[in-house]
Design a protein around this ligand. Structure first.
Ligand code: G1P
Length: 898
């Protein structure tokens, strides 16, 4: 395998022979809903959603199984057929030979170019693909064929792209019958399908989507239409033929259809033939292909007319590159240029996840699209840094998904703030869900200083699921809608603070046999799904505890800033607040408190609100946080034979502690360490011990660093399905980037910069080593046992990496709206004594450059002086909020480290 090289500071890279790595795919998309995946041989697919795939949906295994791609055939007179995408039987047969065709990939954010050269045929092809950033639903490819032979060659060019034009569910469900729905037309520049009906889980409906594949060639500076077509797959490939050796190409016969014909009821291929042409040595010919969606034939044609032009293609390509680059407004300059470039891709990934969700690239986590609750809040973290303007309302709207029992809706609609009741009545409560909204809200308040946000109001979600998934509200009916009603039948609205309090207080009392919060359906680790009865997550109990303590600080900040001594809360919350502290130790009584509350809010709520004093509220929730910390510290520390310790993070369905020194070996999980460190539950000595134990039991350099767990050597059916996965894969002990990154975050948060850097650097170095990771730049969801990056691009890890590098490693962070500079960069990260980060902060585009003239290491320095645009601001490490507001729109800040 060859090396991947960056060509600039904006993530553009080049790579030789990408076709010698399997499972490679690249995202091309726009905000109009186009979602493409493209492979080095132009395989992959195109869709708008689960039900509207233009190219047949591909999972990772289809990438090598499928014979079809966005193929472009060139028949050379006297020599035979050649695929510009490398997908011919002949080219495939030579893939492993020393004289295989040379293939080179160059790609940047949202564009992809493959060059392929064949000496035998005397041809070179360059295929550039992108999705314009506009509101049009179209993917464009420009193909340029050059004659590299020293004689004139006569060529015949044919586009051959199978069009699927239906729902992903039809892969198994009615695959053939849905082809009978196809009404397929040859139009002037290509093939159009207008299926009569759609068959999918929504039933049988009249179709409204037109699918098109249009193409033209440039002849003497003018775009010319194709000459013949074949829309019928079985006809085009010929009896016994296939997409790597299609009959009409192999025999170089004119295609059997011309413009204006209709042929219905078959699997469709956009086979589009151009006039034969003669290319002199060195001469080229270019073609532009558009794969599009429309609502009419006219729309398909007008999109075609707009884009199918070589010059227009080039113009939109440049504009698209700029469009996405402008959106990535966070960048770094450090001693490691590859890291800076890699981070550029990581910064971009949250945008990809917002577009693709978790389901629409060839490795897919969820089935049919949509995003989960966790993702919703996680993606907001990155948004807060990159596009903060839209986030305030988005956060408020998202709180509308919280139920009055502290759980939340799990089906998230496509509109902001839209939550849908689960018609299948699947009761599943993820116990971690209540903790994430606070983290995002906290980041928002710290970045902006907008603590008044706490008293913004929204409604609550309501469906039959009540009592944290244990009961059903039998008198709730569809007519009552999906919002919590008060007794007077009006929609009840409460503050953001109230929503977060409900999430945390209900969790606080929802404990199992060891007085930790019950695991229920699972926590962050979706694979811990078989311990609903007796399972407990110590890991997330720690996070809830830390959140409670931080929320107390926020309430205090709110009271101080606004002068308001009280906040208004639903009367029912008093059941959870006015509880004697001695109850915290008593599991049964805790359960009674929770039951009493849940019973009261089961159907409607009173609608009455009470004034609660901020100082009293702070003291109550702070003491709950303290209680959790103390309880975990005193009961969950476990050690190996050498005395090296870590926290037990879970109890299983048999009621046993999951981690420790077992006869089968050490059982340690990373999650319990991450949140005890992050939530300040672990003492400094414990942080040091945890880091040591993690190095001893979880670290594996060959796969990018810290595994999620050790090998339990048991299919633990009393804990979760993940133990059924082979060890080292996905949730069972892979290096799971999201948790690894949160581990780094927690270490930096506690001031352990070297340890935090080790986590990030091992992961980065692994990803950066293309021959090991087998992925394009960016952070994958996890690294497999053999080192391959898996589920690339769509992972919550990206948001956390962005946050960790900017806020912790570079220490550019908000403190209730003030700009605090608290870098923890290691000595080796400075280049000539300098390292800088550029980002948006409170609407200002700031570049912070740290000067480390004495070459000090993290921990030895702090920010001693700040200069803004060359003028000294002060001997301090913080730019006050009122001064931040006065900064120019773009500003250079120099911070002196000493
Ligand atoms: C995925 C899921 C996430 C879940 C995690 C662990 O992680 O999307 O919700 O918490 O697996 O089971 P991601 O793809 O975000 O890295």
């Amino acid at each position: 395998m060859s090396e991947l090289k960056y060509l600039d500071k904006k993530g553009t890279f080049t790579l030789d022979n990408p076709d010698l790595t399997s499972y490679m795919y690249f995202p091309l998309a726009n905000e109009a809903g186009m979602m493409s995946a493209i492979t080095p041989d132009l395989g992959g697919d195109i869709k708008l959603d689960q039900n509207t795939f233009l190219l047949e949906p591909v999972s990772s295994e289809n990438l090598h199984n499928n014979k079809s791609t966005r193929n472009f055939w060139v028949y050379v007179d006297g020599k035979g057929a050649w695929s510009a995408t490398g997908r011919s039987a002949k080219q495939q047969a030579k893939l492993f030979d020393d004289d295989k065709e040379q293939v080179k990939l160059t790609a940047g954010i949202m564009w992809h170019k493959v060059e392929r050269q064949t000496d035998e045929m005397g041809l070179k092809a360059e295929l550039t693909t992108f999705v314009p950033y506009t509101q049009d639903k179209v993917e464009l490819t420009k193909v340029t064929i050059t004659n590299t032979a020293d004689t004139t060659q006569k060529i015949t060019s044919t586009v051959a792209i199978p069009m699927y034009a239906r729902s992903a569910s039809n892969i198994r469900d009615h695959r053939h019958v849905t082809s009978l729905l196809h009404r397929t037309f040859t139009i002037k520049d290509g093939i159009m399908i207008y299926p009569t009906l759609t068959f999918d889980e929504r039933g049988h409906n009249k179709n409204t989507v037109f699918y098109g594949a249009l193409a033209k060639e440039m002849v003497n500076g003018k775009m010319e239409s194709p000459v013949s077509f074949c829309p019928v797959t079985e006809e085009f490939i010929g009896e016994g033929g296939n997409f790597e050796n299609p009959y009409y190409v192999a025999k170089n016969k004119p295609l059997p259809y011309t413009e204006g014909q209709e042929v219905d009821g078959y699997e469709t291929v956009a086979a589009i033939r151009f006039n034969d042409c003669e290319l002199k040595p060195g001469e080229s010919r270019s073609y532009v292909i558009a794969l599009e969606y429309g609502t009419s034939k006219e729309e398909l044609e007008s999109i075609g007319n707009k884009y199918i032009d070589v010059d227009v293609f080039d113009k939109y390509l440049e504009e698209t590159k700029n469009y996405w680059q402008d959106k990535i407004n966070v960048s770094y300059n450090s001693a490691d240029k590859n890291f800076d470039n890699w981070m550029h891709w990581v910064n971009f990934q949250p945008m990809l996840r917002r577009i693709y969700g978790c389901s629409f690239l060839p490795h897919h986590d969820y089935g049919k699209g949509g995003r989960g609750w966790r993702d919703l809040w996680q993606d907001c973290l990155a948004l807060l840094i990159m596009e903060p303007k839209q986030v305030r309302q988005m956060l408020i709207d998202n709180f509308g998904g919280v139920r009055f029992d502290g759980t939340n809706a799990t089906i998230i609609g496509s509109k902001q703030g839209e939550f849908i009741a689960d018609r299948n009545n699947i009761t599943r409560v993820w116990m971690d869900h209540g903790a994430w909204p606070y983290l995002t809200t906290e980041l928002y308040m710290q970045q902006t200083g907008d603590v008044e946000f706490l008293v913004e109001e929204n409604s609550y979600f309501k469906d039959p699921q009540v009592c944290r998934g244990e009961e059903k509200d039998m008198i709730w009916n569809d007519e009552q809608g999906n919002k919590q009603l008060a007794e007077n039948n009006e929609v009840y609205a409460g503050t953001v603070l109230e929503h977060m309090l409900i999430q945390h207080l209900t969790a606080f009392y929802d404990v199992g046999e060891h007085n930790h919060i019950r695991l229920r359906g699972a926590d962050w680790n979706d694979g811990l799904d078989m311990a609903a009865k007796r399972g407990e997550s110590v890991a997330f109990t720690a996070l809830y505890g830390g959140n409670l303590k931080n929320l107390a600080k926020d309430i205090k900040a709110y009271a101080e800033k606004t002068g308001n001594e009280t906040v208004l809360l639903a009367k029912e919350l008093l059941i959870l607040l006015n509880v004697d502290k001695t109850v915290f130790d008593r599991i049964d009584e805790k359960k009674q408190v929770l039951d009493a509350y849940c019973e009261t809010v089961k159907h409607t709520i009173s609608g009455e609100k009470v004034n609660v004093r901020c100082d009293e509220l702070c003291s109550i929730i702070d003491s709950m946080g303290d209680w959790i910390g103390e309880h975990i510290r005193t009961t969950e520390w476990t050690t190996d034979k050498d005395g090296d310790g870590w926290f037990n993070g879970y109890y299983d369905n048999s009621g046993n502690a999951v981690e420790g020194d077992f006869p089968t070996g050490i059982r340690m999980m990373l999650t319990g360490q991450v949140f005890t460190v992050m939530a300040d539950v672990a003492t400094d000595e414990q942080v040091v011990a945890i880091a040591k134990s993690a190095d001893k039991y979880l670290y594996d350099e060959a796969i990018g660093g810290y595994r999620l767990n050790t090998d339990f050597k048991e299919v633990k059916t009393d804990l979760g399905r993940l133990f059924g996965f082979a060890f080292g894969h996905k949730e069972n002990g892979a290096v799971f980037s999201h948790m690894a990154t949160m581990y780094a975050n927690s270490l930096y948060h506690r001031g352990y910069a070297k340890e935090g850097y080790k986590v990030i650097n091992s992961l980065f170095k692994h990803c950066d080593n293309y021959s090991k990771s087998g992925i394009y730049p960016g952070i994958p969801e996890y690294v497999s046992q053999r080192g391959r990056g898996m589920y690339h691009y769509l992972t919550g890890a990206a948001s956390w990496m962005l946050l960790t590098v900017l806020n912790e490693m570079y220490g550019v962070k908000g403190e209730y709206g003030a700009l605090k500079l608290k870098p923890q960069l290691l000595k080796e990260q400075f280049e000539n004594g300098k390292a800088s980060a550029t980002c948006m902060f409170n609407g200002k585009n700031i570049t912070v450059t740290y000067k480390n003239d004495k070459a000090l290491d993290a921990g030895q320095y702090s920010v001693k002086e700040i200069y803004i645009d060359g003028n000294k601001y002060g001997d301090c490490d913080t730019v006050l909020k009122e001064d931040v507001m006065k900064l120019n729109d773009t500003v250079n800040i120099v911070a002196i480290l000493d």
